[in-house]
Design a protein around this ligand. Structure first.
Ligand SMILES: Cc1cc2nc3c(=O)[nH]c(=O)nc-3n(C[C@H](O)[C@H](O)[C@H](O)COP(=O)(O)OP(=O)(O)OC[C@H]3O[C@@H](n4cnc5c(N)ncnc54)[C@H](O)[C@@H]3O)c2cc1C
Length: 587
């Protein structure tokens, strides 16, 4: 059930085995999988609301309107970003059931095999390798063979690498943009720099291909519409409390954290609930370290200086924060059928919305991109390879049939949006006060290293080269802002003034090997040195995947659910405790 008020929850008279903090992308996977066992009572505490009936959330094309500064956004701002010339920027995090899966741009890209194999190497747990995770990729994915325009999808994906019976819908574009798509595909035949890739979710993402998105029959699929669909949320052992903002986790004994403190209104009373088995922290890469720090779990001396009693010294909490940077690069084109046509004409816009409402067809069924490419930069011998391996990209292009965001008053446009996907800079989540309801200090450190600035410039140059291939003759009229004659200094100035976040932040509560002096969680995602508290969200990755990050989040959560089930499979004894105490392997 979905409950709005803690007094209604209390009336149920339940005690909970597992309490999941945050009903976002990962949290709802955990809630679903743990409640498959009817003897587990599972509760999710979500700070925001239900996110139901919000058109900007449901209509794929409206994704850029869902945030920033809306009711479904935490509405954060970064600290001044040195790599962006000192600018501060909006920092979007999904607020409400579904979390960031309800406000993201729906691209579904797993990353490279090397990304996951690096997780396994760095953590010492082969369970995080690509091959070990394939079953979890398939458990997440319900790939659709149907598109909203019923076109033939042969040659647009590789069926052998997908899951068809999972929970989260994934589909190919459902509204044709033939003038542009044909040229993108032609461009892939004109230069070895931009090869075609049948399916970027095979583990080998390099090249250009068709975008796969978390869209179900023309509407956004979120972790709430999928993992909390009626057949799941109606389980008698699964409950969600909305408007429940977690302030801290509290110890029930020394080193044991099974109690959660939360509020239902910013000025309202605090409530406590205690889990019988575990608290699972799934508040995301900002929320998770924020809650840990306010709970006294972090760098003890930094916490003390803020007046917070340190309870467990874990200096890595909030460190290692990594994010992707993008630049919206636009080209004026000679094609009357771009998004601008219906974006500028109210009648056509209303027709498009009516078509979506009535039949879930038309231009609004897709995100504003139909192809994407993952590419490597020529590092010119200046920097060590920042990627997980030689078949892992350094940057990405999202190609769209129009201007991203509100278009200029006249003209038709194409977007080729370069994004840095293997950054070396690391940022942080810290706190500036002991008030758990105050916003944390968010520093993604975008373009914060010489290598990142260099690769971003290479990516922009590559985008300009891409748009001048013969495929675009007679189509591309000119680029906006920069062009192929721009000097490196001009490119850098433009990038610093205009680059933004892709909102993929990751790694702020990283996994590390058992016994490591760094990191926040062990490879089984239990907080290092503590009992009863596990973290399951994108904050646990030691490196950001070189891809859009929701697929990795879902995959990690699917495996995490199995780790939790296995830990409690022995009559209530924590398998992890047993295996450590008696040095026996129970895998
Ligand atoms: C605008 C935007 C566009 C993006 N585009 C894409 C894309 O196209 N493709 C892609 O793959 N990825 C994209 N991403 C990234 C992707 O959505 C995230 O990496 C992923 O959803 C992270 O999942 P998570 O479970 O770690 O966190 P979230 O999904 O953010 O979940 C955290 C949840 O915890 C809740 N929470 C936080 N603090 C508290 C608290 N104190 N108490 C209670 N609840 C709390 C939040 O409200 C939220 O529901 C985008 C993200 C954004 C914001």
């Amino acid at each position: 059930s979905i409950i709005n008020n803690v007094s209604d929850l209390n009336k149920l008279g339940l005690t909970f085995d597992f309490i999941v903090l945050g009903g976002g992308t990962a949290g709802n996977v955990i809630a679903n999988r743990l409640s498959e066992n009817s003897s587990n009572q599972v509760l999710v505490l979500e700070a925001g609301g239900a996110n139901v009936g919000v058109l900007d959330v449901e209509v794929p094309f409206f994704c850029s309107q869902a945030t920033p500064n809306t009711a479904q956004d935490w509405n954060y701002t970064t600290t001044p970003q040195t790599g962006l010339g000192g600018r501060t920027i909006n920092y979007v995090r999904g607020f409400g059931l579904g979390g960031s899966s309800a406000v993201n741009y729906m691209g579904y890209t797993r990353g490279s095999k090397e990304d996951y194999d690096r997780f396994a190497t760095v953590t010492g747990d082969q369970g995080w390798s690509w091959n070990s995770l394939i079953p979890y990729m398939k458990k997440n994915e319900q790939f659709s063979l149907h598109t909203q325009d019923n076109h033939n999808i042969t040659g647009q994906f590789d069926p052998t690498v997908h899951g068809f019976t999972g929970i989260n819908s994934v589909s190919l574009p459902g509204f044709a943009t033939p003038e542009m798509s044909a040229r993108v595909l032609k461009a892939t035949t004109e230069s070895t720099e931009y090869p075609f890739n049948l399916d970027m979710n095979s583990g080998s993402p390099l090249g250009f291909g068709w975008v796969q998105t978390t869209i179900n029959n023309g509407s956004r699929s979120t972790s709430a519409t999928s993992y909390l669909a009626p057949q799941f949320i109606n389980r008698p052992n699964l409950h969600v409390l909305l408007d429940a903002r977690v302030t801290r986790v509290l110890p029930t004994a020394t080193g044991v954290f099974r109690t959660v403190e939360f509020v239902q209104a910013l000025t309202g009373p605090k409530f406590n609930l205690t889990a019988k088995k575990e608290i699972i922290l799934s508040a995301g890469s900002v929320g998770t370290p924020n809650i840990l720090l306010h709970s006294g779990i972090g760098d003890s001396s930094a916490l003390k200086s803020l007046g917070i009693t340190p309870l467990h010294n874990l200096p890595s909490v909030g460190k290692n924060m990594t994010d992707h940077t993008l630049l919206f690069l636009s080209f004026e084109v000679n094609n009357p059928n771009t998004w601008e046509t219906f974006e500028r004409n109210a009648t056509l816009g209303q027709q498009a919305l009516a078509q979506w409402t009535n039949s879930k067809t038309g231009p609004l069924v897709d995100i504003p991109a139909s192809q994407l490419g993952f590419l490597r930069a020529d590092l010119e011998g200046q920097f060590p390879d920042p990627a997980a391996g030689p078949t892992t990209p350094h940057f990405e292009f999202l190609v769209g049939n129009g201007f991203f965001g509100p278009p200029p008053a006249t003209g038709n446009y194409m977007s080729v949006v370069p994004a840095l996907v293997a950054p070396t800079a690391r940022g942080s989540i810290t706190i500036g006060s002991s008030d758990p309801l105050a916003a944390p200090l968010i520093n993604p450190n975008l373009l914060g290293s010489a290598s990142d600035s260099f690769v971003m410039r290479q990516a922009v140059k590559s985008a300009l080269r891409f748009a001048s291939l013969p495929a675009w003759n007679g189509y591309v009229i000119s680029s906006l802002g920069v062009n192929s004659n721009s000097t490196d200094a001009e490119l850098d100035t433009y990038i610093r003034a205009n680059a933004a976040s892709v909102y993929h932040l990751a790694g702020s509560a990283s996994m590390s090997p058992v016994g490591a002096t760094w990191g926040v969680v062990d490879p089984d995602l239990v907080v290092k040195g503590l009992t009863g508290l596990r973290i399951v969200d994108l904050s646990v990755v030691p490196f950001i995947p070189s891809a859009h990050t929701q697929a990795a989040t879902y995959i990690i959560a699917e495996r995490a659910a199995d780790l939790i089930k296995a830990a409690w499979a022995f009559g209530g004894f924590d398998k992890r405790f047993l295996s450590r105490r008696f040095s026996i392997s129970m895998e």
